[in-house]
Design a protein around this ligand. Structure first.
Ligand SMILES: [Zn+2]
Length: 694
């Protein structure tokens, strides 16, 4: 998960609860409780007073939405995703808590100690800001802007937050068998460049509150108030310059926009004031002659900024990122201040996430394949993998049939699409080979040290790939994760064990509901190989056109239909002088295409499955036809509530549409839905004109 090209493509945003931010040393010490089970098909979730042909999301989810307010420690609460996430986290917590108390293996000792160090809040208080002092001293000693490179290198070498840009090793877009060096823009603290650049009153207010927050954090770190204020303004100035130089998320989605191979020498000439050789040496990356500079304009602007910004400004900026980057692991005063801005103000979260949840997530993040290998032993039966193999095969066959029948595509392109489809690799449950963590030292009394060492460990693991063949067996998600992804460079679909459970995957229930759940998820990921981004890559994962010029034109017209359609959907309403926030149809295009394709091909796969069992799509179970159960099961995956702040933030930053539009947008583009619910042509969910790509 090293790339900047928005790879891999997830089923939903990673860390959708934006409370990825911080752990609390605070109030948040409530005890874990086992979460309730979620049914795959729940009649009580429905609002039967709503008309399915007018607003299907309200019909399938209305009662659930009314009866399930957002818990205080969440910003988004989704019937399927959140409840399963909570359940998986609880099971993982049990494992970590036991390992922290009485470890039975060296691996249990390692992750148990990591978890225990995170839970030791009295020690966090006692240490105060001391663990950051060496880094803050190095920053304080910065003599001139030209010395930034060795300083950033030295900070990064120790696992400290080293902003400015992202550097990693990843597959070459044009030769996916090769791992190459890549560098891209970074350096912001707010969620998106719009937060710095938009003139709207809302963003002006947020910027003002942000500067106040930064100043308060400096004050907590011991700076005098007037000094803290000056420093905060310098941070804002530098980050705003970075925001101006940054390429937008929408533009970053276009593979050609982020592929620029430079020789190291030419790249260095473009950024003469930042000595990359020193930085590369510090982080101990091997020798390379060329690299992909994803965002050249950003680096030109970085050089101008290094040349023009006084050294005091850089010190403030780096000091800020050092403190901010560790805020969740510092004493309560820092934690609370950080939560008040990033949790409450930006995302609308009322209370901090309980410490045990934060520490469980942190341990999973740092030692995912260590905790994961024990987690799957208890929580992922081998039979589930065999059933998934069958389902994936059914979905791939359905897309193959769909391609054959596409009215707008030439035979030549159909052949190329079928070839790509046949080359998709399926990865189910967990990696064949687990990562070896023996080089990572974990100390039971050193939370911040553990975090830093795990950052260095993960980077070394990534840098070690340079010049080697791409490892097709690698995973970018840990086994308990409730999510899935497609990776364009690998041309593979990946389903962690965490999502292969009820309510997504439940073989106690009829196939229609399972196809509406995990079937659509599988179809979604396969379709990513053929969305506006994935379709630019061939079966080997290389950026190469395989559609004829005419077919590409027709494809772009069809995706344009979805861009316009989803741009018309509202994410948050206008009120009190704040403008309404619509979705960005371009940012969400790939996900919307995958949702639409997934719903269509899972339906075709269901028809095949029912036919093989001698059943019919119009057969009834408990008063609903198989088709109706399929669509209701699908919609109920997406029932959710979210804070207005989160809705507005995600509309700018998340490539996924919110649940309402993932549901209604998909069904209104698929005529089989209107037929299943006996809608009249022209009703909102059964429109006369609709969009279709696949
Ligand atoms: Zn997706």
């Amino acid at each position: 998960m090293n790339c900047f090209r928005l790879l891999p493509i997830l089923l939903l945003a990673a860390g959708t609860a934006m409370a990825q931010t911080p752990a609390a040393a605070s109030a948040a010490n409530s005890l874990p409780t086992p979460p309730p089970e979620t049914k795959s098909f729940d009649l009580s979730a429905m609002d039967k007073t709503a008309d399915p042909c007018t607003d299907f999301y309200q019909y399938a989810c209305g009662n659930w939405i009314k009866n399930n307010p957002i818990p205080a420690d969440q910003t988004r609460w989704a019937r399927s995703f959140s409840l399963l996430q909570e359940r998986n986290r609880y099971l993982l917590w049990q494992q970590l808590d036991a390992a922290a108390k009485t470890p039975k293996t060296p691996l249990e000792k390692k992750y148990g100690d990591f978890y225990a160090a995170c839970m030791n809040t009295p020690l966090v208080e006692e240490k105060g800001i001391k663990p950051l002092q060496p880094a803050l001293k190095q920053i304080g000693d910065l003599k001139d802007s030209r010395s930034l490179a060795p300083l950033i290198g030295a900070l990064a070498a120790e696992g400290n937050t080293a902003p400015l840009f992202r550097f990693a090793i990843g597959p070459d877009d044009k030769d996916s068998s090769k791992e190459i060096a890549e560098i891209a823009q970074s350096g912001l603290s707010l969620p998106d460049r719009d937060y710095y650049l938009s003139d709207s009153k809302r963003f002006q207010d947020i910027r003002k509150q942000y500067v106040e927050h930064v100043a308060r954090m400096f004050t907590l770190a011991g700076d005098a108030p007037d000094q803290a204020q000056k420093e905060a303004e310098a941070v804002m100035k530098i980050e705003t310059a970075f925001a101006k130089a940054s390429t937008s998320r929408t533009e970053m989605r276009v593979p050609e926009n982020v592929y620029h191979i430079y020789s190291v020498a030419d790249f260095q000439k473009m950024v003469p004031d930042f000595e990359f050789e020193a930085y590369f040496k510090d982080i101990k990356v091997g020798k390379f002659e060329t690299l992909n500079v994803a965002t050249p304009n950003f680096f030109k602007a970085l050089n101008d900024l290094i040349a023009s910004e006084p050294v005091e400004g850089w010190k403030s900026y780096l000091r800020w990122h050092t403190i901010h980057g560790s805020a969740s692991n510092l004493p309560k005063a820092f934690f609370d201040e950080n939560f008040a801005f990033f949790g409450k103000t930006l995302a609308g979260q009322k209370e901090p996430t309980p410490r045990w949840k934060q520490c469980t997530a942190m341990t999973d993040g740092a030692l995912g394949e260590a905790v994961g290998q024990d987690w799957v032993k208890n929580n992922f039966p081998p039979a589930a993998k065999a059933s998934m193999d069958q389902l994936v095969a059914a979905l791939e066959k359905a897309l193959g049939d769909d391609i054959k029948d596409l009215p707008w595509m030439s035979d030549e392109t159909k052949k190329a699409a079928a070839e790509k489809l046949a080359m998709i690799r399926n990865k189910i449950g967990y990696p064949e080979k687990w990562r070896d963590y023996s080089a990572l030292t974990v100390e039971r009394d050193d939370l911040i040290g553990n975090q830093r060492r795990s950052v260095v460990f993960a980077r070394n693991w990534n840098l070690g790939k340079l010049g080697k063949p791409v490892d097709e067996k690698e995973w970018s998600m840990t086994p308990p994760t409730v999510n899935a992804y497609y990776n364009s460079s690998m041309n593979d679909i990946n389903f962690p064990a965490g999502i292969l459970q009820p309510p997504f995957f439940d073989f106690k229930i009829d196939p229609a509901v399972n196809f509406g759940g995990i079937g659509v998820v599988i179809g979604h990921e396969i379709t990513h190989g053929f969305d506006d981004h994935g379709s630019k890559y061939d079966g080997k994962g290389n950026l190469r056109e395989w559609q004829t010029a005419e077919d590409r034109k027709a494809f772009t017209e069809r995706t344009g239909c979805e861009v316009d359609e989803y741009s018309g959907f509202e994410a948050a309403p206008a009120h009190d002088g704040i403008a309404a926030q619509n979705l960005n149809g371009k940012l969400t295009l790939g996900e919307n295409t995958a949702d639409n394709g997934g719903l269509r091909i899972a339906y075709v796969a269901l028809l095949d499955t029912l036919a093989a069992q001698g059943k019919n799509i119009n057969d009834q179970i408990d008063g609903y036809t198989e088709a109706q159960r399929y669509f209701i099961g699908f919609a109920q995956v997406w029932c959710q509530n979210q804070t207005e702040e989160a809705a507005r933030q995600l509309a700018l930053t998340d490539s996924h549409s919110p649940g309402r539009w993932r549901t209604n947008g998909s069904v209104q583009n698929f005529d089989e839905f209107g037929k299943a619910f006996h809608c009249t042509k022209g009703q909102p969910m059964y429109p006369v004109k609709s969009c279709r790509v696949w």
